[in-house]
Write a protein that binds this ligand. Structure first.
Ligand SMILES: Nc1ncnc2c1ncn2[C@@H]1O[C@H](COP(=O)(O)OP(=O)(O)OP(=O)(O)O)[C@@H](O)[C@H]1O
Ligand SMILES: [Zn+2]
Length: 464
């Protein structure tokens, strides 16, 4: 399997440190709000990478953190008159509701910064002892000039970075690229005791510490959105490698942006749609399907129209699944000769799916293969087919869609909703005296094996 590694700017063969095992860290959300469609992209994409690795037989330890102390959280908590902890608790809870509905598997560990303060302090002490950190008025800074390979991820020399970056003037720092490991407490902020006085951790240190604590000094994959490459991931490398003297992460993966009118969707620009809001209009499986329909590194323009397209694509796949499930209940018999002849098509689709995913998790191509398979099923499985053949088609369809965790509802669950929707449409048509449409809908339901009975309490249905 090949993955595009930001560190080398190349697609590289993926070889984990320990055979059969993958240690993976994904930068998680800052929990002060519902997360938006842009934030959803890394969560969905790297969840899919994890699922694919598991499908290929790897045992994956997956860590995704919650940033539960930071300026934005503190400000919002102060506005709402609650503690930073209460605010973070609330949005962690809300995160899980949306993430579950997006089909994102829970991480092996979801650590929180505030539960790791002791380790953070120890880590900073190590950096200080090794001469990589200096203290000014209760703040502790990382000395970037001391870390010789600073800039290796963003491929810029420290001089270029200094020249190019607009960094706020901070009298306390020795060099403009230095960053805070520990921040002295200010009025109205939460704080913890430390050797440097009361304070709280800077942002970058948390990921170095939690990755080290839960996965060890060297991990296989570290991932996040493209905006995290610099300075966040650059700083994580500096902190971790300065302390351990070992490679921090062997593969660095970054997803491209979800844009609105070609501009990055972001909270600060206000051009964002929360997943929660979208869930009022669309099943969130549609959002997952939409994300996976593009290659994760390509920029994607988000719009309602795109979601509607994704919705109808997903519906087509559900129709295939529904048809197969209906037929499986009614068919019998072993493979027929003509079915034996086309059986190798199934292994071909499976092979193509794996090739696509092996090519830097090309979910867009993988979904095209699923559509090809659906087309094959639609034209080759019918009331005339054998049970054995239909079952083989069905098993492959479920296997491949299962890797991406799409089309994951059974016909029965899906059907009840669909039936009710059609009944409502028919009732509306009757009210509007559109009897032709009403009859058409009744016939469509009958074809699905559903009989309607109009009663005084409304329309009831039963299976034939
Ligand atoms: N428009 C976007 N497209 C793709 N990924 C994004 C986008 N915006 C943020 N991300 C990613 O979402 C993840 C969660 O980050 P976090 O909660 O810190 O959001 P954020 O960067 O504060 O969001 P914002 O940019 O809206 O302020 C990070 O991996 C980040 O790179
Ligand atoms: Zn991080």
């Amino acid at each position: 399997m090949k993955l595009y590694n930001t560190l080398t700017r190349k697609k590289e063969e993926f070889v984990p440190l320990e055979e059969g095992k993958v240690k993976m860290y994904v930068c998680g959300p800052t929990v002060y709000n519902y997360f938006h469609i842009g934030n959803a992209r890394p969560f969905i994409i790297f969840d899919t990478l994890r699922r694919y690795l598991e499908y290929r037989g790897y045992e994956v330890t997956y860590v995704q953190n919650f940033t539960d102390v930071d300026d934005k959280i503190i400000n919002k908590a102060n506005e709402e008159g609650i503690s930073a902890e209460e605010l973070a608790d609330k949005y962690i809870n809300e995160y899980f509701k949306d993430a579950d509905a997006l089909g994102i598997k829970r991480a092996t560990i979801h650590p929180r910064v505030t539960e790791n303060i002791k380790d953070i302090i120890e880590f900073i002490k190590d950096l200080e002892n090794k001469g990589y950190a200096y203290v000014v008025d209760g703040d502790v800074y990382f000395d970037t000039k001391k870390f010789k390979s600073y800039g290796k991820l963003s491929k810029q020399s420290i001089e270029d970075l200094e020249a190019g970056a607009r960094i706020e003037v901070n009298e306390k720092k020795k060099n403009p690229m230095d960053f805070a490991l520990w921040k002295a407490k200010k009025e109205g902020e939460p704080g913890w005791d430390s050797p440097w006085g009361e304070g709280r951790p800077g942002w970058h240190i948390e990921c170095s510490v939690m990755s080290n604590r839960y996965l060890g000094e060297t991990i296989d994959i570290h991932a996040g959105g493209q905006d995290l490459t610099f300075p966040h991931h650059e700083n994580e490398i500096a902190q971790s490698e300065a302390r351990s003297g070992k490679v921090f992460s062997r593969y660095w993966l970054h997803n491209g942006y979800i844009n609105v009118n070609n501009e990055k969707m972001s909270k600060s620009k206000g051009n964002f749609f929360t997943v929660r809001d979208i869930s009022k209009q669309f099943d969130l499986e549609v959002v997952r399907f939409f994300m996976l329909s593009a290659h994760y590194k390509n920029p994607v323009n988000f719009s309602d129209e795109m979601l509607k397209q994704a919705q109808s694509g997903l519906e087509r796949l559900y129709n295939t699944r529904g048809k197969l499930e209906f037929l499986l209940e009614n068919l019998s018999g072993n493979l027929k000769d003509e079915e034996k002849n086309i059986l190798d098509k199934l292994s071909y689709y499976k092979q193509k799916f794996i090739e696509s995913m092996d090519d830097d998790i090309n979910t867009a191509d993988a979904i095209s293969v699923i559509f090809e398979l659906a087309k094959f099923i639609n034209s080759n499985v019918s009331e005339e087919s054998s049970l054995e053949f239909s079952k083989k088609c069905y098993d492959l369809f479920i296997e491949l869609t299962g890797v991406l965790n799409i089309v994951n509802k059974k016909r029965e669950e899906n059907l009840d909703e669909e039936i009710q929707k059609l009944i409502d449409e028919r009732t509306k048509a009757k009210k509007e005296k559109n009897y032709q449409l009403a009859d058409e809908i009744r016939q469509r339901l009958l074809d699905m094996g559903i009989v309607l009975e109009d009663t005084r309490q409304g329309t009831k249905w039963r299976r034939v």
